[in-house]
Design a binder for this molecule. Structure first.
Ligand code: GAR
Length: 208
């Protein structure tokens, strides 16, 4: 059984999707053993506690830079004996001390079709505003491995939604979460825990 550690910063709807998937047998070969938040007030912490999952808070604001913060995260992941780390709405970019130690063991959900609308500065509603400002006709979400560059690791799964003429960033965000993120993130986690994701030449391939 793989230990799944989930990193969060906010509302935690993706965390909830993972908890629900685990409860209904949708995550084979893994168990959510700890939720770590960068934000002491994140509602995601309540979701974890309501489901009897261990929580830890490592506040980003207590650290002056990303490197010192990342060392603290690395120590926590090692203590928790993480086999898989999931960034589920985690709004801090991790330094390479973490991404190298956990190469191809960190999965992120990004709310756009990478390589569009991604990289540093593209997070949360900003991503959806950028997609609407550009005028693209489809958007979606990407589940990918995390490497040294923001949103640049191997893509595992992607899903799309149509954009409608009167969409706001909030409406589009909700449509992408419901139709793509909450389904594909648990699916990718389950595939990982069953060793069904292979890496060849830096690309991820799923064995279904
Ligand atoms: C989700 O839409 C997730 O894709 C996005 O933030 C939201 C978190 O929601 N993540 C990023 O933008 C990371 N770059 P949640 O806290 O309800 O899961």
């Amino acid at each position: 059984m793989k230990n799944i550690i989930i990193l969060v910063s906010g509302g935690g709807t993706n965390l909830q999707a993972l908890i629900d998937a685990e409860k209904s047998g949708g995550i084979q070969g893994g168990k959510i053993t700890c939720v770590i938040s960068s934000n002491p007030d994140a509602y995601a912490l309540e979701r974890a506690k309501n489901n009897g999952i261990k929580t830890r808070v490592i506040p980003r604001k207590d650290y002056t830079d990303s490197v010192s913060y990342s060392h603290e995260i690395l120590a926590a992941l090692n203590e928790e004996k993480a086999d898989l780390v999931v960034l589920a709405g985690f709004m801090t970019i991790l330094d390479q001390c973490v991404t190298k130690a956990y190469a191809y063991k960190i999965i992120n959900v990004h709310p756009a079709l990478i390589p569009s609308f991604c990289g540093e500065g593209f997070y949360g509603l900003k991503v959806h505003k950028a997609a609407l400002d550009y005028g693209v006709k489809v958007s979606g979400a990407t589940i990918h491995f995390v490497n040294e560059k923001a949103d640049a690791g191997a893509v595992i799964l992607q899903g799309t939604v149509d954009i409608k003429p009167d969409d706001t960033p909030e409406v589009l965000q909700r449509r992408i979460m419901e139709n793509v993120e909450w389904k594909l993130l648990p699916k990718a986690v389950s595939l990982f825990c069953q060793d069904k994701i292979e890496i060849r030449d830096g690309k991820a391939y799923v064995r279904e």
